[in-house]
Every structure is written in C-alpha cells, then in structure tokens.
Write a protein that binds this ligand. Structure first.
Ligand SMILES: [Zn+2]
Ligand SMILES: [Zn+2]
Length: 391
C-alpha cells in the first residue's frame, strides 16, 4: 500500500466516528464493530472479513494518539483524499513513506501490508511486547548477555570466537501466534486491544495489560505445544563474534546491534560479553602493559650488558642493562605491550632478576674466589648495622 492510498482512506468513516471523536469514543466504536464483523461470528463471509480488516486497520491508526496525529496532519496537508501529485511538480518528491508516517510499521508488516490476508491484520498483535508497548511500533531487540574465555594472546591481539546465544524469538511452530493451528481468536475481554481500563483518576484513564490474554490481544484456541501458548520461544544460534584487541580479564564489552533481532523494523539489541582471560606462562598484564621477569647473571647486572628479552607474538628485543643494575629493577621496552583501543600498544615492563648459580666450578669458581678476595674489605652490611644502632 502506498502512502497515497493510506492517506486517502478515511479511517473516521470506517469506524463511523466524527473527526473530533475522543479516544474513548474511538475505542467504543472499534469494539462494537470488531464484535460485529469478527471472523468467528461470520464464518466464510468474505465481506465481513474485509470489513473486519478495515476496522482493525483504522483502529491501529486512530487508536494510537501519536499515529492519529500524524495521520491527521498528513490528511490536512494533502486534503481528504485529495492527494494528487502533479506531473513533474514534486510528483515523486513526497519522500516520506509509510515507515516514516507510521513509525516503521510497514517494514514489519508483510508485503501487501493491510491489504494482505487476515494474518497481516493480526501480524501486529502477535508480536506484541509487554504492557506499554504499542503493538504496531517497531521494537528494539533484547540485549543479550554472554561470556567467553580467551587465551592470553587472543585477549591481547583480538580474536574471532564462536558464541552460542539464546534469545526470545517468535515461536516458529505457531508463527508467534501461540495457537496450535495458527488461528487465535481476538481476546473477548479486551477486544484485541490487550489493555483493560483500571478506572480513572484525576482525568487520566489508566489501563492495565489484559489479564486474560496477558496483553497480547489474542487467545489461543488450542495452545501451541512448543511455546505453551506464549507465542515466544527460545532460539539459540551460534554467531562468530569479533572480540577487539586489548580486552582484559573480567571486562564486559558491548557489541552494538549483535543482540536479539528487532521486531517490525526495530533495531537489534546489543550483545554484552564478559571476557575471561587465561594466564600466560611467561607474560603478565598490567593495564596496557605486559610484564615479564628476566633472569640476568650477577656479572651482567654489575658490569652492564645487552640482554635479549622475549616479546609476545614478536621477535625478541635487546635491552641495554646499565652497569650496576640492582636486582628487581624494572625497565621498559616501548610499544611491546598490549594493544590499546586506538591500535597503539602499551609497553613491555621487564623486571630484572639476578640469578644465583647453584653450582660454580672450574674457571668461574676461580674467578669468583678471586672476586671475593678483591672485595674482602667491602662490608655490604656495614650500613645495615649502622642504621640498626640509630633511631
Ligand atoms: Zn485480552
Ligand atoms: Zn508456538
């Protein structure tokens, strides 16, 4: 159905109400007509079926204050049925479509829109959300929570991992109708509106979700065995998910639009993934930086020297050890750490650990003995004892 057709339809006439009818009057008129022309009461009567569709269609628009306003404005703009784009003069330039006018509703309806089978009229009702959502408006998909375990290296470099997720979706067995045969009937309590009045207070009329149909507007004749009449089912799917580089253990990342699909043209929800990161035998992690402990000999620490240090996923780097490097000193290899959000890398923090040989023999022993002799006059504990006396 084109916008033009839609605007040319006089929904007020269909429901038999004046243009300035109140919400209550529209509701009342719709209920009366819906009862009269309901397919259940008119089995095999194609005319009644057609009329019922028109009534539902009119109510979908006029029964929703926001859509009614848009409809009224569109009709005021183009005249009552007088929307006749002139040749050339903007003929094709009315660029809004049904989706704009009616909140994306057309996108969610099957091709043919309201003109299609009875199922199209029900289409909006079936996928109804909880209380408060309007049945013909696009609905954002649910957010989904999931978790994933990455190896240390995968977390640093990013990884594409399969993620199994389950979400609520319309039940396939009953096409989301909740009815075994796919032919639910309109709920008599709320006449398909899904809402019942709670009485009025201070001029506001309050509504509750209909208790009989749980706000769906429909009642299953025979409940679907798969979804127990709810019309909703758990569907699970496996998705390849790209985890960005640089995530850390316990981090919760948000993947926009990777959640449950939206309904009636609504956007998909988001996927939240809690990341668990395994340990690495050599490297540790401190924010954007990686850490590694490197053994050096006493001679290297005392005399200085060049020390080869392994990096994660890259060639080793050579670190210049200055003479007299104390045990436990941490040095920095720039750009060899974890990947940051902007693609740059943190640093590799290299901690020097002077290793003491278990056995010293031969020339090394001779040299060490000579060293002891040469340093016999230096008491490394002199300061300690001095300090212990004071204070
Ligand atoms: Zn109901
Ligand atoms: Zn079902």
């Amino acid at each position: 159905m084109s916008t033009k057709d839609f605007i040319e339809k006089d929904f007020y006439k269909v429901l038999g109400v004046p243009k300035d009818a109140t919400e209550a009057e529209i509701k009342k008129a719709y209920r009366k007509l819906a009862r009269e022309f309901h397919p259940d009461a008119n089995k095999g009567n194609a005319k009644a079926e057609e009329r019922f569709k028109e009534i539902s269609e009119a109510n979908d628009v006029l029964g929703d204050p926001k859509k009614r306003k848009e409809y009224d404005e569109a009709r005021a703009l183009f005249g009552n049925g007088g929307f006749r784009p002139g040749p050339g003069a903007g003929g094709g330039s009315f660029n809004f479509d049904l989706g704009d006018l009616f909140g994306g509703q057309a996108g969610g309806q099957q091709a043919g829109g309201f003109g299609g089978g009875l199922g199209d009229v029900f289409g909006g009702l079936f996928n109804r959300g909880g209380a408060g959502t309007t049945r013909t408006q696009p609905r954002r998909g649910q957010d989904i929570e999931s978790e994933v375990t990455l190896s240390f290296t995968e977390a640093i470099e990013g990884a594409t991992v399969p993620l199994r997720m389950s979400s609520q979706a319309p039940c396939k067995a009953c096409s989301g109708t909740g009815d075994k045969n796919g032919t639910p009937r309109v709920c008599p309590t709320c006449v398909g509106t899904g809402q019942v009045a709670r009485g009025s207070g201070g001029g506001f009329s309050l509504t509750d979700p209909c208790p009989d149909c749980k706000g769906r507007g429909l009642i299953a004749e025979e409940p679907c065995e798969i979804c127990k009449g709810s019309g909703r089912a758990k569907s699970s799917r496996t998705m390849q998910v790209r985890i960005p580089a640089g995530v850390s253990d316990g981090q919760r990342i948000r993947l926009r639009g990777k959640g449950a699909p939206g309904e009636r043209g609504g956007p998909a929800g988001d996927l939240y993934v809690v990341v668990h990161v395994g340990a690495h035998p050599v490297f540790g992690r401190k924010d954007d930086n990686l850490t590694v402990t490197v053994p050096v000999t006493f001679a290297e620490a005392a005399l200085g020297g060049e020390v080869r240090v392994p990096t994660l996923g890259g060639p080793p780097v050579t670190l210049k050890l200055p003479p007299g490097t104390p045990n436990g000193r941490t040095m920095r290899a720039r750009g060899k750490g974890a990947v940051r959000k902007d693609g740059s890398r943190g640093d590799l923090l290299v901690t020097v650990e002077v290793s003491v040989p278990k056995d010293v023999s031969g020339k090394a022993r001779d040299a060490l003995e000579a060293y002891r002799e040469a340093t016999a006059d230096d008491d490394p504990r002199a300061e300690l004892f001095q300090a212990a006396k004071g204070a």
